[in-house]
Design a protein around this ligand. Structure first.
Ligand SMILES: C[S@@+](CC[C@H](N)C(=O)[O-])C[C@H]1O[C@@H](n2cnc3c(N)ncnc32)[C@H](O)[C@@H]1O
Length: 263
């Protein structure tokens, strides 16, 4: 049986309404995922995003990828996110970028999407679904709102190797993840939801290199800012948590993957 921490959407909202959202933006930029724009380009090419595509970004956060896609691929993006600060910031930054005509943002839960069936050409996610408490229901919702022939395209942080209960609990608790899927687990969920998996790729070695970079940034670039704004205790917790992730990713226990599936 899948191990699961008792994480609620309220806990996730606390992270992204507060210091967590600010910290991840410091480390990753306003596209809050591993690999920034280049990873968005890879996923966009694999998903065939182009002029006329209506794409749903599930867990769109600050709307960084949504604006990048609308601007560079001439598509229309709907962003869905459950955290008020992320939703409000996405709208504000999109207005500032004069892109409001190509984007809309909806405040809501990915487990109960406020969209009709068969609405989107592409349903998209980047490094966010690890926060979601029921991945089977999430993938079912993605499949429901995809148009027939449309593509599900996402990356996520994954469980990639055996670990003790203590390691598993520490890694997920630090990130406020209820649990992580495996690459095979996601592929199976997509097939169960009636989709056909076109491609799945393990990106774990690249992930470990990025986690090392985040640890170096925390230690060398942001130590003083974190201490000044949030205190030494917070700094110590962040450094310790990212060190755990650095060690586990270097050992191949946690990683990242990409899945493309067609309805
Ligand atoms: C790592 S950020 C996403 C980053 C974004 N995909 C990007 O590339 O910029 C995680 C986001 O997932 C959102 N989230 C987590 N669980 C959610 C849920 N059940 N429904 C909607 N949004 C959720 C959080 O509010 C947060 O903004």
């Amino acid at each position: 049986m899948t191990r699961k921490l008792d994480v609620t959407i309220g806990n996730v909202n606390e992270v992204y309404d507060g210091a967590g959202g600010i910290l991840w933006e410091m480390l990753m930029g306003e596209q809050i995922h591993v690999g920034a724009e280049s990873e968005t380009d890879v996923l966009a090419r694999k998903a065939g995003v182009g002029s006329g595509t209506h794409l749903l970004d599930v867990c769109s956060a600050l709307g960084g990828p949504a604006r990048y896609l609308a601007k560079n691929y001439d598509c229309h993006v709907t962003g869905l996110d459950a955290t008020q600060r992320m939703h409000a910031e996405a709208i504000r930054r999109t207005e500032d970028a004069a892109l409001s005509g190509k984007l809309d943002f909806v405040l809501g839960n990915a487990l109960d999407m406020p969209f009709a069936a068969n609405s989107f050409d592409v349903v998209w996610g980047q490094d966010a679904w690890c926060y979601i408490t029921d991945k089977q229901r999430l993938i079912g919702e993605c499949a429901r709102v995809l148009k027939p022939g449309g593509l599900l395209a996402f990356t996520d942080w994954l469980e990639t190797g055996p670990m003790t209960d203590g390691e598993w609990t520490a890694l997920n608790t630090f990130m406020v993840f209820p649990y992580m899927e495996t690459l095979e687990g996601y592929a199976a969920l997509a097939e169960q939801a009636g989709l056909t998996v076109v491609e799945k790729e393990d990106l774990t070695p690249d992930f470990a290199a990025h986690v090392q970079t985040y640890l170096d940034m925390v230690r060398n670039d942001f130590r003083q800012a974190i201490v000044d704004n949030y205190g030494q205790e917070m700094y110590d917790a962040v450094e310790q948590g990212i060190t755990l992730w650095r060690d586990a990713s270097a050992a191949g226990k946690v990683g990242r993957g990409r899945v493309i599936a067609r309805k």
